[in-house]
Design a protein around this ligand. Structure first.
Ligand SMILES: NC(=O)C1=CN([C@@H]2O[C@H](COP(=O)(O)OP(=O)(O)OC[C@H]3O[C@@H](n4cnc5c(N)ncnc54)[C@H](O)[C@@H]3O)[C@@H](O)[C@H]2O)C=CC1
Ligand SMILES: O=C(O)C(=O)Cc1ccc(O)cc1
Length: 312
């Protein structure tokens, strides 16, 4: 593949930035990848493993001359980082981010940036429960969605170039309006994470049990919850602080459904439970048949469709 940007800088050197650095190197997408993180320990680790071509001790120095700036810090830190780098950006450069929430990032970053740079927010729908500079890997974005929320009037050349880079790292791209993104992600990622955190918390409260049976006999469902609940606490604190409206909306709907099932169990209403679970099984099957589950066996992933819109 050919070089898309001569100089890319990654701000925040964790799972996502590390994976981008490895992928850009593996696929030859950037002439030079520079990096900056706030913590000296993270910068030292990134230097030791050769994550980037250069690691800088200040954000201002790191962004100097960069054609693409990627903000890969927790969502609550995006605005502060944008303010730090704004005076040092090269005219005509593109700034993007990888935050899990979009509306708040648009609001906190946008106002700091000068009008002569292109701001194109983004979100790779790819990750793991691991974080930090040692956790990245080049194949993280393969066959995954990468959502972009380009504002109206975005420079089409700048957008096409960013798309080329993302496709070069193996991802599929879809454009979305930021508010819609936050609602879709509340359904597909944020509330599911909250449920996992809660379920692991419930098991922990039954400490007597935790010490023996819960761990010893944990079946796949609970094991998956513990994996998700091991995700970075700062990142997820920020997701819920910054996407509170959509999360609370979906959580309200979740609670209503939970009460319906709770009542069916209490009333011994087997047919209602059977009907409900039959419906949810059909949903899972339709996702797999449409090739939208990238963890499932390959059902023709090139034909994957964007995530469904939650109704109402
Ligand atoms: N972990 C995941 O599965 C995914 C995360 N994201 C988003 O990507 C972003 C980064 O997440 P990860 O790479 O997982 O995080 P991480 O915790 O692995 O790395 C974050 C990095 O940002 C640095 N940092 C924190 N505050 C900073 C500041 N004020 N200035 C400079 N550096 C700072 C940390 O030192 C660390 O190097 C977050 O906004 C997250 O919502 C998006 C998709 C998936
Ligand atoms: O590890 C998992 O199961 C994930 O769900 C990863 C993930 C976490 C946050 C995102 O914004 C996108 C993907």
């Amino acid at each position: 593949m050919s070089v898309i940007y001569d100089r890319v800088v990654l701000i925040g050197l964790g799972l996502i930035a590390g994976s981008m650095a490895h992928a850009m190197r593996a696929f030859g997408l950037a002439g030079h990848v520079a990096g900056y993180a706030r913590s000296a320990e993270t910068r030292d680790t990134a230097r030791r493993i050769g994550m980037c071509d250069s690691i800088h001790d200040s954000a201002a120095e790191a962004v100097a001359g960069a054609d693409l700036i990627v903000l890969a810090v927790p969502v609550s830190a995006m605005g502060e980082v944008a303010a730090q780098i704004a005076p040092h950006l090269k005219p005509g450069a593109t700034v993007t981010d990888v935050g899990s929430v979009k509306q708040s990032v648009v609001q906190s970053v946008g106002p700091h940036l000068p009008p002569n740079v292109h701001f194109i927010p983004g979100h790779p729908l790819a990750g793991t429960e691991h974080s930090g500079p040692l956790s990245g890997f080049a194949s993280l974005f393969q066959n995954r969605w990468w959502l972009l929320t380009p504002p109206e009037g975005t420079d089409q050349q700048a957008l096409a170039r960013l798309r080329d880079l993302i496709r070069g790292m193996g991802a599929n791209i879809e454009d979305m309006e930021p508010g819609h993104h936050d609602l879709v992600l509340a359904v597909t990622s944020h509330v599911p994470h909250l449920i996992a955190y809660t379920m692991v918390g419930v098991a922990d409260h039954l400490r007597r049990v935790t010490e023996s049976e819960v761990i010893q006999y944990s079946a796949a469902g609970f094991r998956d919850f513990t994996r998700i609940a091991a995700s970075d606490p700062i990142m997820w604190r920020d997701v819920f602080m910054e996407n509170s409206e959509a999360t609370l909306d979906i959580l309200g709907r979740f609670t209503e459904e939970l009460f319906v099932l709770q009542r069916a169990i209490r009333m011994g209403d087997g047919p209602q439970l059977h009907e409900y679970f039959t419906r949810t099984r059909a949903i899972r099957r339709s996702i797999i048949e449409a090739g939208q589950d990238t963890d499932a066996p390959d059902f023709g992933r090139s034909a994957v469709q964007p995530v469904a819109t939650p109704d109402g």
